[in-house]
Design a protein around this ligand. Structure first.
Ligand code: 3HC
Length: 717
């Protein structure tokens, strides 16, 4: 049985310490342990009160997520049974919150009579991120303490609330910098003559809003804005509605149970829990030992003060790491630093940071024109525009100037990291760090492992990525890495669908209804249609058939959002797309000239072709070992490409659809377009075995024929 609860006695108080490292979830052993310890404390007449706390850095991080979806063990008390025992204790109980009290952890604390927290503690009900609702009384108890409106905000956003704020809101009775157990004992001494308060008995905050629909209407609006397509948020709102309107606390609890089970059985729960575990798995590199020493990163440097450089500098400053930006052009540098300041001003005006925080982060960012200024940096990230020769020059210079044990990283979306490593005398210290724009906001960080990158550098970058609050994912150094290589097939299919008769707004809305945050043509308009067009002109290459419409639009100065017209029309100063019927003649002409017979295309075909293009390329990436596991690619698509989290990423989507079905559809598409739809061998194989995508084959397991062929993929980029 996983986990336990330790029992000790201090000054006549029972100390119950949850011990289930590293974050103390309520696994079976913990539940059994808490019940046993409570019974022991109740039975001992020398015990005056009970202190419930957690061992290590967490109080209780919630239910054990790995238990969801498995059959329950009837012999073990449920979380509800544990909490009932806690709440009905005849002796006063304090939750001594020593760290994270999340989900079932906060729900446990809300069943105690009091909550004392260390100043480092934090609370939250993040179940919504797992496709669930707080199902151990959280939806009924939290609104009773902080009011339904604030409770709904906490539950719908899933945000963590630091102890100080939680005290102001009334969730926590006292915070302390001293030992939280000692302080909890003192607290109980002070309260010894008071009747024992129970959150379930507090009704005034619910009565205040009874009969007023505003709270529920506002919550629905919030859910629609931040949780589009998700099942659990509406159920959370229904639970709080029940808390306000049900005849009793127990009635509300019954509703919560009903809705919790609905969430548990919904496929979104499996998909979102898959992402929770995949994000954690992605930061582990199969052949890099766990004990690999992490290099200290105390000072960072960025080369280039453009949009990417500035955004990356903000990430370091936000993580408390001093960062120096250099640029060869003084005006660029001034402009770049001014943009950073504007971004922080914007955040301050929105109330996301206060003035002190702004001053603190700005204080960590310095800038200059000379390479000598960064000689002592522990990591340098080059973030100039995508030109291999320029990057090589910079790497040569960095190798000369920067201390020998510093990491040299390139922020590139596709250039060859080995080529950069080769110009230095420290190829083992060279790595790719592909941030996504805007770098200070997007969570994805593709870490590109070059041939000689050392284990220590990789382990350090993964740890830095986590410190910068990113979701780091490792890719081998192969064209397009993971994300852009998969994207290529997706946009190719979108362009083919346009040639075959679908219109941009139909394709976009089919994919947005599937859950993508932005359809491919809106995305192309945002990025700028002129980029590819100019590159093709410069290199004098003929556009592929899928780029003909793009280039014809550019010939008419339709570059996308930057010229207020592209695949869509835009009103000056607005990013809202409006269909552009004037383009339709052009689409028809290009189709006709290239032998495409335009036809009605269903939304189902649009979604299948675009999404299965991602899946098929993802499968090839997996079998080649460019990505370590299918879950890594899901993390890439959720955090970098607007794939809906509730579908679990493209590879999980295929797993849940069933690989036999996926394989049959690809066979069907291949009848009309065999070149594009060359099926990944792994799909064929898994579909026969009724299997699922999982880990990539190891180097030794990979057959020669599956080994990565850079040139075959390179032709697409
Ligand atoms: N159950 C099972 N395992 C958990 C877990 C949980 N609730 N929370 C974390 N873990 C595991 C992680 O998978 C990871 O395992 P690994 O080392 O094998 O990869 C390990 O604990 C450490 O986790 P992190 O890497 O995330 O550690 P951090 O220090 O970065 O973060 C944390 C700690 C903030 C507690 C973070 O782990 C977290 O957010 N956990 C999930 C909290 C949560 O969602 N709770 C709600 C659960 S559902 C619930 O309670 C339902 C109830 O209402 C009935």
């Amino acid at each position: 049985m996983k986990g336990q609860c330790l029992y000790s006695v201090k000054d006549g108080f029972a100390i119950l310490e949850v011990d289930n490292p590293p974050v103390n979830p309520l696994s079976e052993g913990v539940r059994v342990g808490i019940v046993d310890c409570l019974e022991k404390a109740q039975a001992d007449s020398n015990i005056h009160g009970i202190i419930l706390t957690g061992k290590g850095r967490s109080f209780i991080a919630g239910a054990d997520i790995s238990e969801f979806g498995k059959p329950p063990n009837e012999e073990i008390p449920t979380i509800h049974a544990v909490l009932e025992k806690l709440e009905s204790s005849e002796k006063p109980v304090v939750a001594a919150i020593n760290g994270s009290a999340l989900g079932g952890g906060l729900e446990t604390a809300l069943c105690c009579n009091y909550r004392v927290s260390s100043s480092k503690g934090f609370v939250g009900l993040p179940e919504v991120n797992l496709g669930l609702l707080p199902g151990a009384g959280g939806t009924q108890r939290l609104p009773r303490i902080i009011g339904p409106s604030e409770a709904l905000k906490m539950m719908l956003t899933g945000k963590h609330v630091p102890a100080k704020k939680a005290e102001e809101m009334g969730i926590i009775d006292k915070i302390t910098d001293a030992d939280v157990i000692e302080e909890s004992i003192k607290f109980l001494h002070d309260k010894k003559n008071d009747p024992l308060p129970k959150v379930r008995d507090l009704n005034s905050k619910l009565n205040d809003v009874s009969g007023d629909e505003k709270v529920i209407v506002e919550a629905r609006a919030l859910a629609a804005k931040i949780r589009k397509g998700q099942f659990a948020p509406n159920k959370i709102i229904q639970c709080v509605d029940a808390a306000i309107n049900a005849d009793s606390f127990d009635e509300g609890m019954k509703k919560e149970q009903e809705f919790f089970i609905e969430c548990l059985l919904n496929p979104q729960r499996e998909a979102m829990i898959h992402i929770f575990f995949s994000e954690r798995a992605a930061s582990k590199i199969q052949d890099v030992p766990k004990e690999t020493e992490i290099m200290p990163i105390k000072k960072a440097a960025i080369i280039g003060s453009g949009t990417m450089g500035g955004g990356i500098a903000m990430c370091f400053a936000n993580a408390g790491i001093p960062v120096h930006i250099i640029d060869q052009d003084e005006n660029n540098l001034e402009r770049g630093v001014a943009v950073i300041k504007d971004n922080y001003d914007f955040m301050m005006n929105k109330g996301r940071i206060d003035e002190n925080q702004k001053d603190a982060v700005m204080g960590l960012i310095t800038s200059g024109l000379e390479y000598d200024e960064i000689a002592d940096a522990d990591i340098v990230i080059e973030a100039v525009y995508e030109n291999l020769d320029l990057k090589k020059e910079i790497f040569k210079k960095l190798d000369e100037v920067v201390k020998k044990d510093a990491i040299l990283a390139s922020n590139t979306s596709g250039l060859d990291i080995d080529a950069l490593a080769k110009v230095t005398n420290r190829p083992e210290m060279v790595v790719g760090t592909h941030f996504f724009s805007p770098a200070n906001i997007m969570r994805l960080l593709e870490v590109v492992r070059a041939e000689k990158t050392s284990d220590q550098v990789l382990a350090t970058i993964m740890s830095v990525g986590k410190k910068l609050k990113k979701a780091p994912v490792v890719s081998l150094n192969a064209p397009g890495f993971i994300g852009n290589r998969m994207l290529f097939g997706y946009t190719t299919q979108a362009n083919k669908l346009l040639l075959e008769g679908a219109l941009p707004h139909q394709i976009d809305s089919a994919l947005e209804n599937f859950g993508m945050s932005m359809g491919p043509f809106r995305m192309m308009d945002l990025v700028g249609l002129d980029l590819g067009w100019r590159a093709r002109k410069l290199s004098k290459t003929n556009p592929p058939v899928t780029a003909l419409i793009n280039d014809a639009l550019c010939e008419q100065d339709r570059f996308g959002q930057k010229t207020n017209k592209g695949f869509y029309n835009y009103k000056e100063g607005s990013r809202a797309p409006h269909p552009a019927p004037e383009n339709e003649k052009l689409y028809e002409k290009v189709s006709e000239d290239n032998g495409y017979k335009r036809r009605e295309i269903s939304d189902t075909e649009i979604v299948d072709r675009c999404i299965l293009a991602l899946v098929n390329e993802g499968a090839k990436i997996l079998q080649e070992g460019v990505s370590q596991r299918s879950g890594d690619m899901d993390v890439v698509y959720i955090n970098g490409y607007g794939f809906p989290i509730w579908r679990g990423g493209p590879m999980q989507y295929a797993n849940m659809e069933g690989l036999e079905k996926v394989s049959n559809k690809i066979d069907e598409f291949a009848k009309n377009d065999p070149d594009f739809w060359s099926k990944a061998e792994i799909i064929e194989q898994l579909s026969k075995e009724n299997g699922r995508f999982g880990e990539a084959p190891t180097k030794e397991e990979r057959k020669e024929k599956l080994s990565f062929n850079q040139t075959s993929v390179a032709k697409n980029f």
